[in-house]
Design a binder for this molecule. Sequence first.
Ligand code: HEM
Ligand SMILES: *[C@@H]1O[C@H](CO)[C@@H](O)[C@H](O)[C@H]1NC(C)=O
Ligand SMILES: *[C@@H]1O[C@H](CO)[C@@H](O)[C@H](O)[C@H]1NC(C)=O
Length: 342
Amino acid sequence: MDTHRLHTSALFLLLLVIDAAMVTEAKLVPNYYRKTCPRAERIVTDVVSQKQLSHPTTAAGVLRVFFHDCFVSGCDASVLVSPTAFARSERDAAQSQSLPGDAFEAVARAKTALELACPGVVSCADVLAIAARDLVTMTGGPFYPLRLGRKDALASSSAAPDAELPLANSTVPRLVAMFAAKGFTVQELVALSGAHTLGFAHCAEFADRIFRRGNKGGGAAPAPHDPAMNPAYAKGLHDACRNYQRDPTIAVFNDVMTPGKFDNMYFVNLQRGLGLLSTDQELWTDPRTRPFVQRYAANQTAFFADFARAIVKLGVMGVKTGRDGEVRRRCDMFNGNPVPGG
Ligand code: HEM
Ligand SMILES: *[C@@H]1O[C@H](CO)[C@@H](O)[C@H](O)[C@H]1NC(C)=O
Ligand SMILES: *[C@@H]1O[C@H](CO)[C@@H](O)[C@H](O)[C@H]1NC(C)=O
């Protein structure tokens, strides 16, 4: 009996040790590149800052790409893989079509600089995480320290983004469920939605809110629009998007008041009916999310603290470590891929 118990506890200890080893391996650390590429973060910061100065839409694009990367199969740069003649990738998904080229270009440039300084060392998943953080900070948002050591995915599914990402017309209960399924609270959903303080959305994403049945003829009557929307704002969007079906590239600012600044204006806007997407405005309408909108609209410090905590959490979702991944040489292709034209 005693022997049995001894064996059992020995086995238990052994399992604990194995478990601890696996946890340790999967754990990201702050100074991951201290020995192998000490200037890694500095290099990314320099490159993306330059890019942001010349192309001010970069910050929003990179932040959104980071969200799409992490929310779909983990923060593993699967979103960066380009399709080839032989294989589709996440970029083929409908939900990926509006991800802006400047964001991919910023990451590619940072990676090129890193490959010159320390070839084959810094993963694309880490580059994207650092770039998103730096651009949030650079546009006025919080700085948050990052743990590094993510590996790059060995797969990129064209079906996953549309299955896993919310749509602009998702209901709040649906958003809450989708975020809960990934381990996020209602408050974290609201805090992360504050990312829409930056960037653009294309008219098709909110057309249902401003072109309602009965107004297709464009008569003199005021535009019937989503009653949750501020009428003057609806009119402005109606005008801006008038030709969106002919020109689907027309896009407007997510935050109409301070579009290029990472601040809490997004939440102030929601209180005034100035939310652009249905999913934005409904955070104010729904009694579950409304108190957090109120809190962040009143207190930017609280928003920044909660956003930082939530995006750090987003940034460790489903990370690949060890043999589950690789350090890509180029962010847009797996190392195993044949060289284009070769
Ligand atoms: C809550 C659910 C969310 C929905 C339904 C949603 C949906 C969308 C949509 C439809 C757009 C417009 C895309 C376009 O037309 O180009 C957009 C833009 C954007 N989203 Fe979200 N999003 C959500 C959450 C997030 C989160 C959590 C983040 C980051 C933490 C984020 C960051 C962004 C950014 C920065 C943009 C602007 C992109 C640009 O200007 O290129 N979104 N989002
Ligand atoms: C929501 O939007 C998607 C694509 O943008 C569309 O296919 C779908 O029909 C919309 N759903 C509702 C309920 O309007
Ligand atoms: C704003 O939020 C911060 C962080 O939660 C808190 O320390 C501070 O007291 C709040 N300020 C006000 C005016 O409520």
